[in-house]
Design a protein around this ligand. Structure first.
Ligand SMILES: Nc1ncnc2c1ncn2[C@@H]1O[C@H](COP(=O)(O)OP(=O)(O)O)[C@@H](O)[C@H]1O
Ligand SMILES: [Mg+2]
Length: 647
């Protein structure tokens, strides 16, 4: 029976390229994270209002103080009693402004930090849940920047809105109400108009500037991605002496960043100047009206001081409003990138009713599987075979024929386009991914290690494994002696991606770590290809030992290593073209028999070199081909003679 499901054609965006949603949508995404601590939020808000009331109270007390002095006509000797109560009130209000503000910070710090932590963790988990397809397309440098900036954006957004915008609004309301209630209408009109102009101007100019900032961010990520990519490819850069080229590429990015940054800075100066102009005009107008009031006798000196202090007090936070609006826009842009990562779809998901995989004998069955990475190019065609419980099936074939793809499908990194993959009769799409992957161990073609100690990397197969278990696994993978010969032994660091170890050593670490995992199903994907033949023979015996009790898929390069497999599949261009035991396939005298003959003659290594050369330089390849053919013919001719002589 053939199952048809949708092909995985929904390509995913790389990080950060998500659509620009509205800022409100981003804010709404954030709120639930804060609301988990609603009592703390409420308390913080109460402290916030308290701080603002105290703040507005200060000039009021000051006015009373001044008025109580000027009642006596400014003649100090006429003052009988010190206005002690007012002095105390003034001090207390000043203190409580700070006190309430600090209390608010104290209560709220945990809310912000917890939100940041929750979001960062969610994004991290999500990234691991995303498909291999996404990860092959992503650019690590840019993405980590996005995450870092996004979480920082959350913290600054929260503190700016709650601790600056909101308090400023409260203060404006309090001051305006007081002015309306107690003074000439001009004061509230001037203040109100100035505020509106100021806010309107700030928002308009800042919006205009935002695209400079966005360009700056994009260029920053780009330069960073380039730098990291270039450093990851350190060896390649050296091989080709391309340091200067790399530097120029990097500098090109920096240059663009430079000019965007200059534009951003210049427009900032424009904004600041405009803001100052509005504030200065408003304060002058207010002071003019107040002076006039004092002259008219409709206002006291205390009133003049009060109005003036109000204005100055109001414009201090307002002065920050510009900066804050910019920061909020910035934070929103950063957060949007972060949240857009969360919106990336999980291509591979557990089915709603997914059950853990139940392994009994571990029979693996590929049933008429078709697969393509990209809709336009099919990689596997009607792959159909069964690995009987506890037996070994080997797959051989040219590079690019789709052998490693089989292992990626068995692990369910991708879903098949047609057909099904079953383990003990359960479709891999119907069981949980965690249980599926726990049942399978792989020694991959290219092993990548964590930049940590050898011990850590081996123990990764079974977190919490004891030192004795790690050593036993290392012995079984014939790498214990090598490790002990290192100055730091098991604590030796392997370098980024394991670069300090040779290919063969890395593969042995990978073998040890898989041994520790102790899975029911094993995959060796050219697991010994990086070893020389002596080391390979040594390990081969170990691998056979390990594979004895398990269902094993060996993807092999050297045919001699799989001659005793229960079943050998010959894969070519995504199809199984021959199958059977070694003996049967030799008797068939087809593709396998030819490959075998060539490898026996040592011809294969040469032809492989040829294939590589062909990719690099087609013109040279033809020349090499004739030379190789000639020498192969020669060696074939000479071989019997040599053997004759040696007898
Ligand atoms: N992530 C991918 N996206 C697109 N094509 C891929 C991807 N991975 C592998 N391929 C292609 O699939 C084909 C089979 O690859 P693979 O299974 O690794 O071959 P093998 O292991 O037999 O050498 C190759 O032509 C390769 O270019
Ligand atoms: Mg491969």
């Amino acid at each position: 029976m053939r199952h048809r499901i949708n092909s995985p054609s929904s390509r995913q965006n790389t990080a950060g390229a998500g659509p620009r949603g509205s800022d409100w949508a981003t804010l709404k995404t954030l709120l639930p994270y804060l609301w988990t601590y609603k009592w703390r939020v409420m308390l913080a808000l109460a402290f916030l209002v308290g701080a603002k009331l105290a703040n507005v109270g200060v000039p009021l007390v000051l006015k009373k103080l001044i008025d109580s002095l000027s009642l006596h006509g400014g003649d100090a000797r006429a003052i009988v009693v010190l206005p002690l109560a007012l002095l105390v009130a003034y001090g207390a209000l000043r203190l409580s402004t700070t006190l309430f503000t600090e209390l608010r910070e104290f209560v709220f710090a945990r809310v912000t930090q917890r939100a940041v932590r929750t979001i960062a963790l969610r994004v991290f988990r999500h990234l691991h849940a995303l498909s291999l397809r996404f990860h092959l397309n992503r650019q690590t440098g840019g993405m980590t920047r996005d995450i870092e900036r996004g979480t920082r954006g959350v913290a600054s957004l929260v503190s700016y809105t709650l601790f600056n915008i909101l308090p400023t609004l409260i203060e404006i309301t309090l001051v305006l109400s007081y002015l309306v209630l107690h003074y000439d209408v001009w004061f509230s009109v001037i203040t109100g108009t100035a505020l509106l102009t100021y806010i309107g101007f700030t928002i308009t100019v800042t919006d205009w500037r935002t695209h400079f900032r966005r360009t700056m961010n994009d260029l920053d990520s780009k330069a960073n991605t380039r730098a990291i990519d270039s450093l990851i490819n350190y060896e390649t850069v050296k091989y080709f002496s391309n340091e200067e080229y790399e530097a120029q590429r990097y500098d090109h990015g920096l240059q663009q960043f430079e000019s965007a940054a200059v534009k951003s800075q210049t427009s900032l100066s424009l904004l600041n100047t405009g803001q100052s102009l509005i504030i200065a005009s408003a304060v002058t107008l207010i002071l003019w009206r107040a002076t006039q009031g004092v002259i008219d006798g409709s206002m006291t000196l205390g009133d003049l001081v009060l109005v003036n202090t109000f204005m100055i007090q109001l414009y201090i936070p307002l002065n920050f409003l510009g900066v804050i609006y910019r920061e909020i826009k910035q934070s929103l842009a950063d957060m949007e990138r972060l949240f857009s990562l969360l919106e990336q779809n999980r291509e591979i998901q557990d089915a709603p009713q997914a059950q853990p995989l139940q392994v009994s004998g571990a029979e693996v069955r590929f049933s008429h599987v078709d697969f393509s990475y990209e809709a336009t190019r099919n990689i596997l065609f009607d792959i159909d075979f069964t690995i009987a419980p506890g037996t070994t099936t080997a797959v051989v074939g040219h590079s690019g024929s789709g052998k490693s793809t089989l292992s990626r499908l068995l692990f369910r990194f991708y879903d098949v386009n047609a057909g099904a993959i079953m383990i003990d009769g359960q479709d891999v799409r119907s069981v949980t991914q965690a249980s599926l992957r726990r049942a399978i161990g792989i020694v991959p073609q290219d092993t990548v290690l964590f930049n940590d100690s050898i011990e850590y990397n081996i123990a990764y197969g079974k977190p919490g494994a004891s030192r004795a278990e790690v050593e036993a696994a290392a012995r079984a993978a014939s790498i214990h002696d090598f490790i002990m010969s290192l100055p730091d032994g098991y604590a030796s660091m392997v370098g980024e991606r394991g670069l300090k170890l040779s290919g063969g050593e890395k593969q042995r670490v990978a073998i040890a770590r898989t041994l520790l995992k102790n899975p029911s199903i094993l995959i060796f994907d050219e697991a010994t290809s990086a070893l020389d033949s002596k080391a390979e023979q040594e390990i081969q015996a170990q691998l056979k030992e390990i594979a004895r009790e398990r269902s094993t898929l060996i993807i092999a390069h050297r045919l001699s290593t799989i001659a005793d497999a229960a079943q050998i599949l010959v894969q070519d261009h995504g199809r199984i073209v021959e199958r059977g035991t070694h003996g049967a396939l030799l008797a068939l005298n087809g593709v396998y028999a030819q490959m075998w003959a060539r490898q026996q003659a040592g011809f294969d290594e040469a032809s492989e070199a040829l294939a590589n050369a062909a990719e690099l330089a087609p013109e040279v390849a033809a020349e090499v081909a004739s030379t190789v053919a000639a020498s192969a013919a020669a060696s074939a001719a000479v071989r019997p003679v040599i053997e004759e002589v040696l007898k």
